[in-house]
Design a binder for this molecule. Structure first.
Ligand code: 4AD
Ligand code: MG
Length: 432
């Protein structure tokens, strides 16, 4: 008997197949059971007529509550009215485990209730859709860079110093005497890797002790960080734009049922075609200063409401460049035309999502970098290895970081990034 999965039913029309999964929903009337089966790849309605199946199976299914584990054998029937386009006419099967009183029911539950049961919640259709979109985004990213000749060189998670400012560091005890921190960004190591391999990326978990309880912040999130030797700001802005266009296209192509399950507005995603609007920090500031609802103060970093105003002006992500040096990280290269600014870019996604990418050209001059480390009051000793990159064959180079959960959240059209992480970590939550 052919064992298959729900996503491959189209290959088996009018054949008899075996499906293994869990009862997502069941309704019974008299001599008929309708089982909505989920197997991780999709959802399909299975119809059990009393007369067509063994008596024990029919009886057992009448007691099968939500999430009972089950194997069903039946004929695959194309049916336009059925969700997913197919229905299974069941002829046999077996129960693995009968379940009663599964804690997450189709009724509405609050976010705390669900987050405390994340290990079960991810079986729900909406979570299934979001996490399969996340998977497609990851695959898309890796293929994009592989096709362009990038080498994946991962950065360590334990680090002896800060990359993105000292206020959001998680400290860990490293065998007593040594202090270590969980990395905030793999960038400094990616820069070293770029000098070894030319075009690289690292892609892994990063950590921020952010005391902000916003819908955009996690304490543990995944960051993709490409770094390119001999690239300037314009080069990596183009790279970032190409990447984002590619990710959206791949998800539209590979995850249609998931986007539909989320009732995502596909027309807004289909507009992401490239040619992203660009503006400088000064231009963006002027828009905000002229905006009646903005509380923006000249010279400050943009807050979430500011980003929402700026991104609402366009259908595509906006790229904002040349922020004041004073509000950006120590490694950013000074702007050649204005020493108060740096050659950096933030990409702001539409629909109120905010910043999804932050990047820059890096300061390649040893003395300027030393001065910047001092100005940021960072411990120079810890950066000595990093300064070697400016001592031995220093070249212009640039890179950026893309927050995976923010990108997934935007594409999936969900309110809060926590649903874009399989097991989200936030200020008030590390369980389950
Ligand atoms: O802008 P950030 O802080 O940039 C860096 O860390 C650079 N070192 C990256 C680089 O140039 N290689 O972070 C990059 C992205 C942000 O644009 C955002 O998408 C995401 O990481 N991000 C977070 N996502 C979820 N929760 C948080 N607390 C995040 N902080 C940053
Ligand atoms: Mg940033």
């Amino acid at each position: 008997m052919t064992v298959t999965t729900i996503e491959r039913l189209a290959e088996h029309t009018d054949q008899t197949v075996t499906l293994r999964g869990w009862v997502y929903n069941r309704t019974s009337k008299g001599k008929l059971h309708f089982v909505m089966l989920r197997d991780g790849t999709g959802f399909v309605q299975c119809v059990l007529f009393k007369k067509d199946v063994p008596e024990e199976l029919f009886e057992a299914v009448s007691r099968a509550g939500q999430e009972s584990s089950i194997e069903l054998v039946g004929e695959v029937k194309a049916d336009e009215r059925a969700p997913g386009g197919y229905e299974i006419k069941v002829t046999g099967g077996r129960i693995y485990q009968l379940v009663e009183e599964y804690p997450i029911t189709p009724k509405e539950h609050g976010p705390d209730f669900l987050l405390s049961r994340r290990h079960l919640w991810l079986r729900s259709r909406r979570q299934w859709a979001v996490l399969r979109i996340r998977d497609a985004v990851i695959t898309s990213i890796r293929s994009f860079f592989d096709e362009r000749g990038f080498v994946c060189i991962d950065s360590p998670v334990f680090t002896p110093a800060a990359c993105e400012g000292t206020s959001t560091l998680f400290e860990v005890d490293y065998f007593g005497d040594e202090k270590a921190y969980l990395t905030q960004s793999g960038q400094l190591y990616a820069e070293a890797s770029a000098m070894g391999f030319g075009k690289v990326y690292c892609f892994g978990p990063t950590f921020r002790a952010e005391k902000s309880k916003t819908r955009r912040h996690l304490t543990e999130f995944w960051m993709l960080e490409p770094e390119v030797a001999f690239a300037d700001l314009d080069d990596i802005m183009q790279l970032a734009e190409d990447l984002v266009v590619r990710i959206v296209q791949d998800v539209l192509r590979r995850r249609r049922p998931e986007l539909e399950a989320l009732e995502r507005n596909l027309a807004t995603l289909e507009k992401i075609q490239g040619g992203f609007p660009r503006m400088t920090y000064e231009e963006a500031s002027q828009i905000l200063l002229d905006h009646p609802k903005s509380e923006f103060v000249a010279g400050d970093d943009f807050g979430a409401p500011d980003e929402t105003i700026l991104s609402a002006l366009h259908d595509q992500p906006v790229m904002i460049t040349h922020y004041p040096k004073a509000i950006k990280a120590f490694y950013m290269k000074e702007d050649a035309d204005d020493p108060t600014k740096v050659a950096c870019v933030d990409m702001i996604a539409p629909e109120g999502v905010g910043e999804i990418i932050g990047g820059s050209q890096r300061e390649e001059d040893l003395d300027k970098l030393l001065a910047s480390i001092a100005a940021h009051e960072l411990p120079a000793e810890e950066f000595d290895w990093y300064l070697d990159l400016r001592r031995f064959g220093s070249v212009p180079h640039s890179g950026f970081g893309l927050g995976l959960e923010r990108v997934v959240g935007w594409i999936a059209g969900i309110e809060h990034v926590r649903e874009a992480s399989p097991y989200p970590r936030m200020m008030s939550r590390i369980r389950p």
